[in-house]
Design a protein around this ligand. Structure first.
Ligand code: GAR
Length: 213
């Protein structure tokens, strides 16, 4: 079986992209290859990380299109042109329209910095998620990797990892701990499982198949 061609979609710093690049270097994403990084903003630092790793970078900027549907269609065209099999949203801050899910059913993974269904949906992105978790006073938060469906943050869950909240946490310290202990661990793992063909979606449930020898 040929390696699955992965596109990582980013908007900012790209630490999750870096975790994927590092996992690929260690040989932990066998069966897959990061073939492209696509940013929603021209200056995204994630593009520098891609260039340093020798991965082609592209920009499909929201501001170049009249609405998010037009941007989504342009993005799908780019992904098809690049012959992409798996789309990974790694800190991608634009909400895509249904054209994307229709083009890549059960083949788009998103990492969200909370334990879905808590602190998710529209308006819950980046640091805001951690602000809300601290305001609520939860003792545990974490990260979720899920397949993208038409409902914002509502697709079938692939992996989750809990992280303890500490008494003197700020949104920044909580964000960092969740990235280190959860996101950078479960995102490469989910990508690897997908590339090995070990994720089977049954309604809302994702069954993780045993490794075949
Ligand atoms: C990450 O914490 C990611 O989970 C979050 O944005 C951050 C991006 O960091 N994504 C969302 O909130 C999407 N709803 P990164 O650019 O360093 O990977």
């Amino acid at each position: 079986m040929s390696a699955k061609r992965i596109a990582v979609l980013v908007s900012g710093g790209g630490t999750n992209l870096q975790a994927l690049i590092d996992a690929q270097r260690r040989g932990d994403t066998a069966g897959g290859e990061i073939a492209a990084v696509i940013a929603s903003k021209p200056g995204a630092y994630a593009l520098e990380r891609a260039a340093r790793a020798g991965i082609p970078g592209y920009v499909v900027a929201r501001r170049d299109y009249p609405d998010s549907r037009a941007m989504t269609v342009a993005l799908v065209d780019k992904l098809k042109e690049l012959d992409i099999d798996l789309v990974v949203l790694a800190g991608f801050m634009v909400i895509l329209t249904e054209e994307m899910v229709r083009a890549y059913p059960n083949a788009i993974l998103n990492v969200h910095p909370a334990l879905i269904p808590s602190f998710c949906g529209e308006g819950y992105y980046g640091l805001h998620v951690h602000e809300k978790a601290l305001e609520y006073g939860v003792k545990l938060s974490g990260a979720t990797v899920h397949f993208v469906s038409e409902a914002c943050d509502g697709g079938p869950i692939v992996l989750q990892k809990a992280v303890e909240v500490e008494v003197d946490d700020t949104p920044e310290t909580l964000q960092r701990r969740i990235m280190e202990q959860a996101e950078w661990v479960i995102l490469p793992r989910a990508v690897s499982l997908f590339c090995q063909g070990r994720l089977q979606v049954e309604g809302r449930t994702v069954r993780i198949l045993k490794q075949s020898d």
